[in-house]
Design a protein around this ligand. Structure first.
Ligand SMILES: Nc1ncnc2c1ncn2[C@@H]1O[C@H](COP(=O)(O)OP(=O)(O)OP(=O)(O)O)[C@@H](O)[C@H]1O
Ligand SMILES: [Mg+2]
Length: 142
């Protein structure tokens, strides 16, 4: 446990498009209130939003946890869901299993995971089929 660590957890419900985006919006507001640099907040907010939407679209439920220390901002997302059978494939730009309904809502470009990786200084994703997916991303402060 780091002494100066701030932690806040958010519960995300699969297929709940009404509340989708609330966790990442709250994370953005929290970081703004802490006075962090806007460029850093922007990177975290993009990554958090993409990770949140993936759990809304593909998982049954998820817990997204924000960790802030003087050194870095970390977002940890653990979901229960179908998992990702081929992570290397899922990481490719343009790869998507989004349904027609999701595409009508504007999702399914297959850019979420590549965007998370691009915006994070550290990024890790692991998954177990029929169990769920775990994603951790860190952006360094300063
Ligand atoms: N949490 C998850 N659980 C199960 N499958 C996932 C999860 N996150 C991503 N995937 C799989 O990886 C694919 C690629 O994800 P990515 O976020 O890059 O694109 P997308 O969600 O399909 O489209 P976009 O993010 O551009 O709206 C998804 O289509 C889905 O098959
Ligand atoms: Mg996505």
């Amino acid at each position: 446990m780091t002494e100066a660590e701030f932690v806040r957890a958010y519960e995300i419900v699969g297929a709940d498009f009404t509340n989708a985006g609330r966790a990442s919006t709250s994370i953005k507001e929290t970081l703004k209130n802490m006075g962090l640099a806007s460029a850093l907040i922007r990177r975290v907010a993009i990554a958090a939003y993409e990770a949140e939407m993936n759990t809304v679209m593909y998982a049954r439920r998820a817990t997204m946890t924000l960790h802030v220390t003087p050194a870095d901002v970390t977002i940890d997302v653990q979901d229960e869901g179908p998992g990702i059978p081929d992570i290397q494939l899922a990481m490719q730009e343009g790869y998507s299993t989004a349904t027609a309904a999701m595409r009508e809502m504007g999702f399914g470009a297959g850019m979420g995971l590549p965007n998370i990786r691009r915006n994070a200084d550290q990024f890790a994703i692991t998954s177990e089929v029929n169990r769920g997916t775990a994603l951790v991303m860190t952006v360094h402060v300063g």
